[in-house]
Design a protein around this ligand. Structure first.
Ligand SMILES: [Zn+2]
Length: 480
């Protein structure tokens, strides 16, 4: 069950995060989580034991944040009304065309006047097929065949998964409805007591609840996050948001603190998944950093400072997720093969052959091919001023073509030792206006700020969250 829930949380989170780019410094995150892993058990053991750390009900803040836009709480589906209205506008529906004849009648096709008995529910077991589960619930193979006959929507039942809920609504006259929980937010519904029978995928009405939490950081952001009752996913997101500015393994100090305003998704008063971080403040070494979420007109979600500057840089520092620098930028290096003084105009990262190489910024493929000593090489153009170069590649990402647009963090190639190389490694160069810069120290430009045409909209959207941060921050300071 745990794995089932976690998987679905991820799924829901992914869904919600459609347009977010979170290619933050994954090196920091790796280190952060590796360091915290050993302490995780301790964290898990203690996190529920301290009643003082429980969050207070969010409704007041929800009101503050959303005003009258707050979605009404969902009513919950009442077991006695199986045909309770569900949002059909978002649903995909299908039904048998009248011409298509069923080989056998399904259940009772006429609406029954007998009062509902009740829903019977069954968890899908490992090794179950829909037919096996139905057999266990007392229904025949021909019933299963008839359900499959309804069409492709109903045929999704051939992909049922262990742990998911299958519910049957039966009356004296037979099987009338089937529900199958695809994930916490989606349900497949089969209606058998109509002519023709119908199958539909229903998006369940989810309620967004706003919460906030704060914590002092004693040892690591991760432990502080657990102490503040944040889920792993939200701690990760918090680290992603600030990861461009803060090295969480080195920069944190005792007395640092954070405050987060975030959402959770509820269905029938039960939390089904994490939502997103809407605003966050990190105070580290006396420096206050603030980030707010903004969804622009085209639906892209990014994090900005309250002034509208991007929290991200236009480039990530390293093209590999885990880095081991084997040779630094050095204008006066003794070349390992030629034994002569030659400038090393990039940085070498030792890595296993085949390790994915990611482009460090958005851009266009300027060059892809062999380049004498460099071997297989990719050069990416980023706007007017910047280019990055990736050399000694084993091969390229399959779909990569010259002229293609690439996104920051996208895999473009794989580490190899083509050209003049003594072993598998990536040679990476960073040029500004054609001049080689040290990739490890060059000042990275910030990503695009909020567009001026959206500035007013941005300020209006973030205002309630900034006010919320002000209040919480003042309260946290007062309590210290
Ligand atoms: Zn090199």
């Amino acid at each position: 069950m745990v794995s089932f829930n976690r998987k679905n949380q991820k799924l829901a989170a992914r869904r919600k995060h459609g347009g977010v780019t979170t290619a933050a410094s994954s090196r920091n995150l790796k280190l952060l989580f590796a360091a915290a892993f050993g302490l995780l058990v301790v964290g898990l053991l203690t996190r529920d034991d301290n009643p003082d750390l429980k969050q207070e009900p969010s409704s007041r803040y929800r009101q503050q944040l959303l005003g009258s836009n707050t979605p009404p709480p969902s009513q919950g589906s009442t077991p006695s009304s199986p045909r309770a209205s569900l949002p059909s506008d978002k649903s995909t529906q299908e039904s048998l065309s009248p011409r298509k004849k069923l080989t056998k009648p399904i259940g009772q096709l006429k609406a029954s006047k007998t009062p509902p008995i009740e829903w019977r529910s069954e968890r899908i077991r490992a090794g179950d097929s829909f037919a096996i589960a139905m057999q266990r619930l007392g229904h025949s193979a021909s019933m299963v065949a008839n359900i499959m006959h309804i069409g492709p929507v109903a045929q999704q039942l051939t992909h049922i998964k262990p742990g998911h809920l299958l519910e049957l609504y039966e009356t004296k006259s037979g099987l009338e409805q089937i529900r199958y929980q695809i994930d916490p937010l989606t349900r497949l519904e089969i209606t058998l007591n109509t002519t023709p029978p119908k199958a539909a995928v229903i998006n369940l009405p989810v309620e967004t609840r706003f919460r906030h939490t704060s914590a002092d950081i004693d040892s690591s952001l991760y432990l502080a996050g657990l102490k503040a009752n944040l889920s792993d996913a939200l701690i990760m997101e918090l680290a992603n948001i600030f990861g461009w500015d803060v090295d969480f393994t080195l920069d944190l100090r005792k007395g640092d603190r954070f405050t987060v305003v975030y959402s959770e998704l509820y269905l029938n008063a039960e939390k089904v998944s994490d939502g997103q971080i809407y605003a966050a403040e990190l105070v580290t070494r006396g420096r206050q950093l603030r980030a707010t979420r903004y969804e622009d007109r085209s639906g892209v979600i990014s994090y900005f400072t309250p002034e509208g500057k991007s929290m991200r840089k236009a480039f990530s520092r390293n093209p590999l997720p885990i880095t081991r620098v084997t040779s630094r930028f050095n204008p006066n290096r003794l070349h390992p093969i030629f034994k002569t003084r030659r400038p090393h105009r990039g940085v070498d990262y030792g890595a296993a052959s085949g390790t994915p190489v990611r482009t460090t910024g958005d851009g266009k493929v300027l060059f892809k091919g062999k380049k004498n000593g460099y071997g297989n090489t990719v050069i990416i153009q980023h706007g007017q001023r910047y280019t990055t170069l990736y050399a000694h590649l084993k091969n390229y990402s399959r779909k990569l073509r010259q002229g293609n647009s690439v996104k920051q963090g996208q895999t473009i190639a794989y580490v190899g030792q083509s050209g003049w190389a003594t072993g598998p490694h990536l040679h990476y160069e960073f040029r500004v206006n054609g001049v080689h810069k040290n990739p490890l120290t060059v000042e990275l430009p910030p990503a695009e700020p909020v567009k001026s045409a959206e500035k007013q909209r941005f300020l209006a959207q973030i205002k309630p969250y900034i006010e919320q941060l002000d209040t919480l921050s003042a309260r946290q300071l007062a309590s210290n």
